[in-house]
Ligand binder design. Structure first.
Ligand code: A3P
Length: 351
């Protein structure tokens, strides 16, 4: 008997040749995307190997998803959520890296085999300290879909799951069973942060200027865009008791208030001392040195560029240093256009 095919409702569309050309002009590594469904979310083509398993994944009432458009404060929110939900167990948080506490649902798609081989070949040629064994060990771990691992996880321990997928690519009834914390951020800061990340990871090796990156982002030609559709997918569900919708700008401006919302969501209470310690733990300065969250363990394996780090500035409004007048105007129009048919509003923006 053949395996049962799981339902996956979305049409898969190839990118247009002119889109492929635009995308591949500035990336050091070849990128092969497809678009999914009516909103046209862009995923790496190899996402399709697990797309239906993700869409149909069996859920548990103890599951916790932290979902974001990438670079919107995922890491900060993951650590915050995990600590609140796990009664502030700092020892365990230090002992088990965040990447192990939170399987990354679609993380495998970023580690395409062909690209990894190219990175490996390049590194062999250019870096005499390159540790091929370590690289291969790390990449074979990251390139595997995590749905089998999640299915096999002990029933006694809550599963914490990181994802940058929009809600419509997750199981449609997710909120009937599992809790989701979604974090949104000003798309201009997201774009700047994604640009740096696309330079950080050698699997992407973005070689253009920010202006080139912005063009891709705003034309919905970057991973998991369209940005606004992503945010709106979650915003529509914000009133569900199993959804907590946060903004990075609120986390940034008043961390204790956001912590209180997370604590309420998980039915926990924090006293003043606990609150102070958690705020301190979550500060960007501490995160930079916290090896459990800062991804610096990947550096030894050679996949990170020397002049970039995963935990970066952690500021709201830093985009102003990257946008010229014309880009600023374009971004304002783009934001306005995308907010016209929705009541989604970013708290830091005057509308
Ligand atoms: P910048 O590149 O603007 O500095 P994600 O975790 O979703 O990839 O998001 C990364 C962004 O969150 C980066 O933004 C990063 O510096 C910022 N960040 C990470 N840890 C943070 C913290 N503890 N406080 C504030 N911002 C943080």
């Amino acid at each position: 008997m053949g395996e049962k095919t799981l339902p996956f409702p979305y049409k898969i569309e190839e990118m247009k040749p002119e889109e492929d050309e635009l995308i591949n002009t500035d990336f050091g590594m070849p990128v092969k995307y497809v678009r999914l469904g009516p909103k046209g979310f862009i995923v790496f083509k190899n996402y399709m190997q697990d797309a239906a398993n993700i869409y149909n994944m069996p859920l548990r009432p103890t599951d916790v998803f932290v979902a974001t458009y990438q670079r919107s404060g995922t890491t900060l929110s993951q650590e915050l959520v995990w600590l609140v939900a796990n009664d502030l167990n700092y020892e365990k948080a230090a002992e088990i890296p965040l990447t192990h506490r939170y399987p990354f649902l679609e993380g495998f798609m970023f580690f395409d085999e062909v690209i990894l081989q190219r990175v490996c070949d390049d590194m062999m040629k250019t870096d005499e300290n390159f540790n091929r064994e370590k690289f291969l060990e790390m990449s074979s771990f990251l390139a595997k879909p995590v749905t089998p691992l999640l299915a096999a996880a002990s029933m006694n321990i809550p599963r914490f799951i990181k994802t940058h997928l929009p809600m419509s690519l997750l199981p449609p009834k997710i909120l009937d069973t599992a809790k989701t914390v979604y974090v949104a951020r000003d798309p201009r800061d997201v774009a700047v942060s994604c640009y740096h990340q696309a330079r950080l990871f050698k699997m992407r090796s973005f070689q253009g200027e920010f202006k080139d990156f912005w063009k891709l982002f705003v034309k919905d030609l970057y991973t998991l865009t369209p940005f606004f559709e992503h945010v709106k997918d979650a915003w529509e569900k914000r009133d569900d008791p199993n959804m907590l919708f946060l903004f990075y700008e609120d986390l940034s401006k008043d961390l204790p208030a956001s912590i209180r919302r997370v604590a309420d969501f998980f039915g926990k209470q924090l006293n003043e001392e606990q609150m102070n310690r958690l705020c301190d733990h979550l500060s960007i300065e501490n995160f930079k040195n916290n090896t459990s969250v800062n991804f610096e363990d990947l550096r030894d394996s050679g996949v990170l560029a020397n002049d970039e780090t995963f935990i970066r500035k952690g500021k709201s409004g830093g985009w102003r240093d990257y946008f010229d007048y014309e880009m600023t105007q374009q971004a304002e129009r783009w934001i306005e256009d995308n907010l016209r048919d929705t009541d989604l509003r970013f708290p830091h923006l005057k509308h």
